[in-house]
Write a protein that binds this ligand. Structure first.
Ligand code: FE2
Ligand code: ZN
Length: 470
């Protein structure tokens, strides 16, 4: 390192920059705030800093994979990720050739210092629209805790520190690999080892058992709870472990027999083919919880469960054109069995995430299907052929899991994935249960995942502003 005249070095860089027709960055040592940092000569000149230059700092060879425009060496210690910056982006070398690029604007918008992000409410405070679109850092530096960036500001320069793990997790160029799905698709063989947890552990105060239950519901699309007291009160309490009970035209918590108290075949003793509930809602209930409290003076009434994701995956493999049609053609469903309600919604049978393209929802109840409209005339017979194949796969012995529920065993079902039904029955069957919203279920699962999932070893009992969840 050697001391030179700042004016001399800046003019040399300016000349090289003109030659290269782009700003050239320099590694400089700020005497005002003693540290090494990267900056463009414009920023150094703008700030009129007292600076010392490292002899190797000017126009160094760009790093391998560096974006065009990066003309400076990485800063920081050997064991830290190294950083470069050009006029638009910061470039981070992780290790072994892995790298990420972040736009300056993106970084400034994501500062999570207490001025820019509320530490309690976890809401953005920085005014995104006050940030100049061409904002450029005064300095960028690798520090043990993360990427340290100084931003220009009218009064005092603004400092941001982005933890390395947060940057890695939120890399968008290239995108960070998504976590592999833990969902297990199942067929009839699930009968050998159906997912089950005990009532006592689900109700335990530390919520580890609750996490186990919700994790299994997420993984398999359903999970039994054994040892539940056969009362409506205990079942209601169990339901609220997941979240708020969702009130609908069927009421809040149901406790019913086959008396047609509501205008729906669920309130009869008819057999019900595999279906999802609320196909007529824009947001069908997320979780459905059932508990058979008693069955006297008759037989039948076995419960049917079918993994819609499993059936869809089979269809996608054997009949991709059917899968495509069911994903594309919207179908209208209605609930009109009572004079004071008329719910209608039009959606395809298979819905995919706009963000990831993965299958996120199966919506199927042939009994609630309205008039088939909106299908191009040339595709009507094709559509009937497609749902015939869908139905054949749903009702195949390979897909159907039949179970005779008994008082004491409740079941929670992911209504966006697993279809349910039942066989006909005789006698008096008293059933209770509830709907819980998909958002409540996912929130509770996310909270408990934050606390108990093994991948969150760093959890310290409090959510950080750098949580990977938001
Ligand atoms: Fe149902
Ligand atoms: Zn900030």
């Amino acid at each position: 390192m050697m001391l030179r005249s700042a004016r001399f070095v800046l003019s040399t860089i300016r000349a090289q920059s003109r030659l290269a027709q782009r700003p050239i960055c320099v590694r400089m040592y700020s005497v005002e705030k003693p540290s090494w940092c990267l900056t463009t000569w414009q920023n150094a000149a703008r700030r009129n800093l007292s600076i010392r230059f490292a002899s190797s700092a000017v126009a160094a060879k760009p790093a391998a994979n560096a974006p065009s425009g990066s003309q400076h060496p990485p800063s920081g210690r050997r064991d830290l990720p190294t950083t470069n910056a050009n006029e638009r982006e910061v470039f981070i070398h992780w290790d072994a050739g892995a790298w990420s690029k972040f736009h300056h604007l993106w970084l400034r918008d994501h500062c999570r210092c207490p001025e820019c992000f509320h530490p309690v409410t976890k809401q953005r405070l920085v005014n995104t629209f006050d940030i100049p679109p061409d904002v450029e850092p005064v300095s960028v530096e690798s520090q043990p805790q993360g990427l340290h960036v100084i931003w220009p500001a009218a009064s005092q320069p603004h400092a941001s520190l982005y933890p390395w793990s947060w940057l890695k997790q939120n890399s968008y160029d290239p995108p960070a690999p998504s976590e592999p799905s833990e969902k297990v698709h199942w067929g009839a063989k699930i009968v050998q080892d159906p997912p089950t947890v005990g009532y006592e552990e689900v109700m335990a105060e530390d919520k580890r058992g609750l996490y186990k239950w919700l994790h299994k519901i997420d993984k398999f699309g359903f999970c039994f709870v054994s040892g539940v007291p056969p009362t409506a009160e205990a079942t209601e309490e169990l339901s609220t472990r997941i979240g708020f009970i969702r009130e609908t035209h069927y009421g809040k918590f149901w406790d019913f027999t086959a008396d047609l108290a509501r205008g729906d075949t669920a309130y009869t003793n008819l057999a019900l083919p595999a279906h999802t509930d609320n196909t007529y809602f824009t947001d069908p209930c997320g979780i459905q919880l059932f508990h058979l409290l008693s069955h006297t003076g008759g037989t039948g009434g076995a419960t049917l469960l079918v993994d819609g994701f499993y059936v869809a995956s089979i269809l996608q493999e054997l009949h991709p054109e059917v899968y495509e049609l069911l994903s594309r053609v919207p179908v209208t469903a209605h609930a009109a069995g009572e004079e004071d309600i008329l719910y209608r919604t039009t959606r395809p049978v298979l819905e995919h995430s706009p963000a990831t393209g993965e299958l996120v929802s199966v919506r199927w109840n042939n009994d609630d299907r309205s008039v088939l409209r909106g299908v191009p005339p040339g595709s009507v017979l094709q559509w009937y052929d497609a749902v015939r194949k869908w139905n054949k796969s749903l009702t195949s012995p390979d897909s159907e899991y039949w179970v005779q529920l008994a008082p004491g065993t409740a079941v929670a079902i992911d209504n966006h994935r697993v279809l349910h039904g039942r066989s006909t029955f005789t006698g008096i069957r008293r059933m209770c249960g509830a709907y819980i919203g998909a958002d409540e279920f996912h929130s509770q699962l996310a909270v408990l995942t934050e606390r108990f999932a093994s991948r969150n070893d760093g959890w310290e009992g409090k959510r950080s502003v750098w949580s990977h969840a938001f």
